[in-house]
Design a binder for this molecule. Structure first.
Ligand code: PLP
Length: 353
């Protein structure tokens, strides 16, 4: 029987493949010197991924703002690479925000799009005037209560929950967005910059549908006297982790007994994407939105900036983690538990494998 995972090698760029295949002893040496797990990062890979996305946006003359979703890999090396290449950072906690500030990012380069924000995180975002995506009317009230009386204008986005995501816990339905706009009309300390969404799944069609809903709300907001200038499509750009055909074969070879639940899950993460993130973005910009207009055409006509927070698609091929395996325990003829050593080795101690 085909074993799960058998014949499903990761797609690796040549520098990483060479390190793993030709320079294995170096990895043992580094793990012994620095401890296990050991994170290795290639900031240039993130810069290449970013350049590919920016190339597509520039070619289609789309005003854009790309923020690296730092939660995908919080390595300061990768965050710094994103900043030095002209991107911003999407921070999802007070600690990520502090790291970003230590790296020299000012508020104009920062956005916080995650739904879980403590009041301390809100305050720190307000202090540097970072863009905040507001997830709910409740969060809006909390934010308003935390604003200093003499605050300047704090920029915000409102997070939309598109109709076809009605089961999602994140964002707000269109009527709640309008409710927030009414609330904002009487609150001079907040500036409504536009709409945000982040969808599960990787289908372009759901993004196009969400963009159409966002377009209606942008028009409504403008009728109400606001000046939104941005639609933020979140992250979720695809990554090519493994070969598509092999992934399909892997999925087809699964059996209910491979799972403790005795049931094959209904859906799987698309590890075997056929498209690169850049090709996916290109097709998104070309997609027809409404009345025969492409997404790129709509954004240009409305003078809107397209923002996004790719995490994994920017970190793709930019990092590996080396674990020392301390023991392999057999559970059955073809299943094993692998124990990975996590205690840091003492500096200078010899590799024990
Ligand atoms: C709000 C938000 N934006 C962006 C991202 C990054 O997603 P991805 O790594 O799939 O690009 C996430 C990931 O969970 C998220 O929750």
């Amino acid at each position: 029987m085909t074993k799960i995972g058998h014949g499903l090698p990761p797609i690796l760029r040549s520098a990483t493949a060479d390190l793993l295949t030709k320079y294995g002893p170096l990895l043992f040496d580094w793990a012994a010197r620095h401890g296990s797990p050991l994170n290795l990062v290639w900031p240039d890979a993130l810069r290449e991924n970013l350049a590919a996305l920016k190339g597509v946006l520039t070619e289609r003359r789309v005003e854009h703002a790309i923020y690296y979703g730092a939660k995908a890999n919080k390595s300061p090396g990768l965050m710094q690479a994103a900043l030095s290449a002209g991107a911003g950072l999407d921070v999802s906690s007070l600690y990520e925000l502090r790291d970003a500030r230590r790296l020299g990012a000012d508020g104009a380069r920062l956005v916080a799009t995650g739904p879980a924000k403590t009041s301390a995180f809100h305050q720190a975002l307000i202090n540097c005037n970072a863009l905040i995506s507001v997830d709910s009317p409740e969060e809006l009230e909390d934010l308003i209560h935390g604003l200093p009386a003499d605050a300047g204008q704090q920029p915000i986005l409102l997070r939309l929950r598109p109709r076809d995501q009605s089961k999602s816990r994140f964002g707000m339905p269109p009527d709640a967005i309008v409710h927030c706009l009414v609330r904002l009309a009487g609150e001079g300390r907040l500036r409504f910059d536009g709409l945000h969404f982040h969808l599960s799944g990787y289908r372009r069609e759901t993004r196009v549908a969400a963009l159409s809903e966002a377009a209606d709300l942008i028009a409504e907001a403008r009728r109400m006297g606001f000046f939104p200038g941005m639609i933020d499509i979140g992250g979720g750009l695809p990554i090519q982790y493994v070969d598509r055909a092999r992934y399909d074969a892997h999925l087809a070879a699964q059996a209910p007994e491979d799972y403790r639940t005795g049931k094959i899950p209904d859906s799987f993460y698309p590890y075997g994407s056929t498209l690169s993130a850049a090709d996916w973005l290109h097709r998104l910009l070309e997609a027809e939105m409404n009345q025969g207009r492409s997404v790129a055409g709509y954004l240009a006509r409305e003078g809107l900036t397209l923002a996004m927070e790719p995490g994994r698609a920017l970190a793709d091929q930019a990092a590996i983690t080396v674990f020392r395996i301390s023991r392999v325990k057999a559970l059955g003829p073809d299943s094993h538990v692998i124990f990975a050593a996590s205690a840091p080795a003492k500096l200078g101690s010899p590799p024990n494998s």
